[in-house]
Design a protein around this ligand. Structure first.
Ligand SMILES: NC(=O)CC[C@H](N)C(=O)O
Length: 449
């Protein structure tokens, strides 16, 4: 007789095998069906698995051992400053956290998002309804730990399947002390945030705290005015020289840049993502990473080819020391800023930043590069923006976000400065903006000749 795997080969095979491996106590119903529906989950607490009987594929509906109720228990809460209470199922760490709730529309890359230090002080609600299916690996982290306070998902995948996976998302959240909320309607939450703007929230697994107490906690906190750069930054300088792997060599550009290198770049770590360092290295840079508060005079003493200002969490107007350092370097060395780096440089140019209603967090934001009209699709993660009306003459807004017309990139030719509000390192996200790294290298090259 054919084995179950052979019989179920094709579209439904993976489901059938995965579900047969799930724990179950007894068979409740047995109904003959075709292989197409084999393995589909029927409802919470029940699993439909496939079996062979008399040469025909049959399904058996089995009851999962632990299930006492058809719906998972809601034992955690998200309480927002607007007074609303969202009940959810807890996973990961337990406890109580306060933070600003943002929604991220990326369809992939939850691990990179969770390890992006720019999310310090925030909770990320994923609009992609199914999170956790590829587990967690050791390669895709964007920093050494998770800085965000909580993640909020609609459906936490009960199956983890990827050849690189080393642990489940639940286990990772426990290890990283991140509170997880599942079975919360993240699309309804997103609609609220789009209407009202970003809201502060409290997540808790503590049943002893009243809703009123949590609403008051949420009302008493704000991310505005908080310097979080120095909290997530490294404490000592370090060197970086490792580029991205072979599969990133999709445009041949890195070869050209490397020909004239290496270029020595000093990178201010405001919460730097590792793929920015890797991408700079791939374009022929050797990088000295320095803490957020490192004096500009020490940076200039190193006589680098260029200075980089990284992404980072919180309010850009709350780190005046970073702006002062940028001012002291401007005009002396070619500079490049990404996201928080763009906002810090914007202030150093003389401009001001402001808070957007609900920010940009996702992998599909269209950007127009004004000099040529080229449109690129970009990865974004920011809540603040540079107000172009406050910029002095000589600063050109080179990139515009086509969703809301906000400033997404600047060039200040006279000062040898370029900035990007979004994420050319694409981790996660599309690679369209990779050219920025080459443009920075070109600026440094022009200084040498
Ligand atoms: N990714 C970033 O660097 C974010 C910058 C800043 N914290 C903002 O929210 O706008």
């Amino acid at each position: 007789m054919q084995s179950l795997q052979t019989k179920l080969q094709g579209r439904s095979a993976a489901y059938g095998v995965a579900d047969l491996h799930a724990p179950c106590s007894r068979q409740v119903v047995s109904t003959p069906v075709t292989g197409r529906s084999a393995g589909r989950r029927t409802c919470h607490g029940f699993r439909r698995a496939a079996a062979l009987s008399g040469g025909r594929v049959r399904t058996v509906v089995v009851r999962a051992e632990a299930a006492t109720s058809p719906f998972p228990k809601k034992n955690a809460r998200l309480v927002l400053e607007d007074g609303s209470v969202w009940h959810a199922t807890a996973f990961g760490a337990s406890g109580t956290e306060i933070g600003e709730v943002v929604f991220n529309t990326s369809l992939t890359g939850y691990q990179e998002i969770m390890t992006d230090p720019s999310y310090k002080g925030q909770f990320v609600a994923f609009t992609c309804p199914h999170i956790g299916n590829v587990g967690i690996n050791y390669e895709d982290v964007e920093s050494s730990k998770c800085h965000l306070g909580a993640i909020i998902v609609r459906d936490l995948s009960c199956v983890v399947s990827n050849y690189r996976s080393k642990m489940s998302l639940d286990a990772y959240c426990k290890k990283e002390n991140v509170i997880g909320l599942a079975n919360l309607d993240t699309r309804a939450l997103t609609k609220v945030l789009r209407e009202t703007g970003c809201l502060v929230g409290v997540v808790t697994t503590d049943a002893s705290k009243s809703d009123e107490e949590l609403v008051n906690m949420a009302k008493s906190w704000t991310i505005v005015g908080k310097d979080l750069l120095s909290v997530v930054s490294c404490t000592e300088p370090y060197e970086w020289g490792k580029g991205t792997t072979e599969e990133w060599e999709f445009n041949g550009r890195t070869k050209l840049s490397k020909q004239h290198g290496p270029y020595h770049v000093v990178a201010y770590d405001f919460g730097i993502k590792t793929n920015i360092l890797r991408r700079l290295a791939s374009f022929g840079c050797r990088i000295t990473v320095v803490p957020a508060t490192y004096p500009a005079s020490e940076v200039l003493k190193m006589n680098p080819d260029g200075v980089f200002f990284s992404n980072g969490p919180g309010d850009p107007s709350a780190a005046p020391y970073a702006v002062d350092n940028a001012k002291a370097i401007l005009g002396k060395k070619p500079v490049f800023g990404i996201c928080m780096g763009h906002q810090v440089l914007g202030q150093a140019f003389g401009g001001k930043t402001f808070k957007l209603k609900f920010g940009h967090h996702g992998g599909n934001h269209p950007i127009r590069y004004m000099p040529t009209g080229r449109v690129e699709i970009s990865a974004q993660n920011h809540n603040f923006a540079v107000d172009p009306a406050t910029l002095p003459a000589g600063v050109e807004v080179t990139h515009v976000n086509l969703n809301d017309g906000t400033c997404a990139g600047m060039v200040y030719k006279e000062k040898k400065a370029m900035t990007i509000q979004y994420h050319p390192e694409a981790s996660p996200g599309p690679h369209d903006a990779d050219i920025c790294f080459e443009q920075f290298v070109e600026m440094m090259r022009a200084e040498r000749v």
